[in-house]
Design a protein around this ligand. Structure first.
Ligand code: NI
Length: 128
């Protein structure tokens, strides 16, 4: 667990600097927690898989680039500075034509691919 995220350090968490610490895609990194919720940053590019999260909503905040989230009945496109909350139980599939940098907010322990298992399934609780 990173000390940067501990309140005792009184140190700002700098998103740009956090992104400099990794280059791999589809591997969300935890940068902070609030109660049971985690703030994760990730680089995404290409197609994800269809999945849903039965027990929780999932928040996407785009920091750089453009992300499209497909739903069975439509899609939403998010540019830098835009966010969207995917309601629990709603199937979705993120897609980014070029690399996008984003923040995810969701409860601790949520699998990125929901109940689906795929090569996109990322390990949880990787702090940077
Ligand atoms: Ni999801």
């Amino acid at each position: 667990m990173s000390n940067d995220a501990s309140p005792q350090s009184h140190r700002a968490i700098n998103l740009s600097k956090k992104f400099e610490l990794f280059s791999e895609q589809w591997q969300p990194k935890v940068i902070a927690e609030m109660n049971d919720y985690q703030f994760k940053i990730a680089r995404l590019e290409g197609d994800f898989i269809w999945h849903d999260h039965k027990d929780t909503d999932e928040t996407f905040i785009v920091l750089e680039g453009e992300l499209r989230i497909d739903f069975r009945d439509g899609a939403v496109t998010l540019k830098a500075g835009e966010m969207y909350v995917v309601p629990k139980g709603i199937e979705h599939k993120p897609f980014a034509e070029k690399e996008v940098k984003l923040m995810l907010i969701e409860p601790r322990g949520v699998a990125n691919t929901g109940h689906e298992s795929s090569q996109r399934t990322a390990q949880n609780d990787i702090w940077i």
